[in-house]
Design a binder for this molecule. Structure first.
Ligand SMILES: [Zn+2]
Length: 158
């Protein structure tokens, strides 16, 4: 709690804030050491405050709130979809590793492997061989499609 040392101190402070000085108050503030100090300090502080507001106006609080909300939402989405991105990258890595393994293992003989899927002319159960070949072809096609999808989605999400 500040102690009032002059009865005109509050009036001097109000005049410094408003900028409206009466003649008597002006004369008193020039003669009274307490009021002259109050006028000097208040004038300096009020001037600094006005300059700070004029130099850099405060941004709209609504925009700050919206930006903070959007940033928090992006962070939540980032956290929630992290496992999905990890699985996509793992699937892409598995697809590449499997394709590399298959090419290294069957690369030169891939054509012969596909020829081996053809049913033999004198098979005991030719329908069964055809079904096995079809299942193998469908599985291989599904593998190629899912691998391509995993690769595309992994690269598109990053
Ligand atoms: Zn005074």
């Amino acid at each position: 709690m500040t102690e009032i040392q002059c009865v005109h101190e509050e009036s001097v402070l109000a005049a410094a804030r408003s900028g409206e000085w009466s003649d008597e108050l002006c004369v008193h503030a020039a003669a009274c050491p307490v009021c002259s100090e109050v006028a000097l300090v208040a004038g300096a502080l009020i001037g600094e405050a006005r300059a700070a507001v004029a130099d850099e106006p405060l941004p709209d609080p609504g925009r700050i709130w919206l930006a903070a909300r959007r940033q928090a939402q992006r962070a939540r989405i980032e956290r929630a979809t992290r496992p999905i991105r990890i699985v996509r990258w793992a699937a892409a890595a598995c697809a590449v590793a499997t394709a590399a393994f298959c090419l290294s293992r069957f690369g030169p003989g891939l054509g012969r492997l596909l020829d081996a899927l053809q049913p033999p002319a004198s098979a005991a159960a030719p329908g069964m061989v055809v079904v096995q070949g079809m299942v193998l072809l469908i599985a291989g096609g599904a593998f190629v499609l899912t691998s391509a999808y995993a690769l595309v989605s992994a690269f598109r999400s990053s």
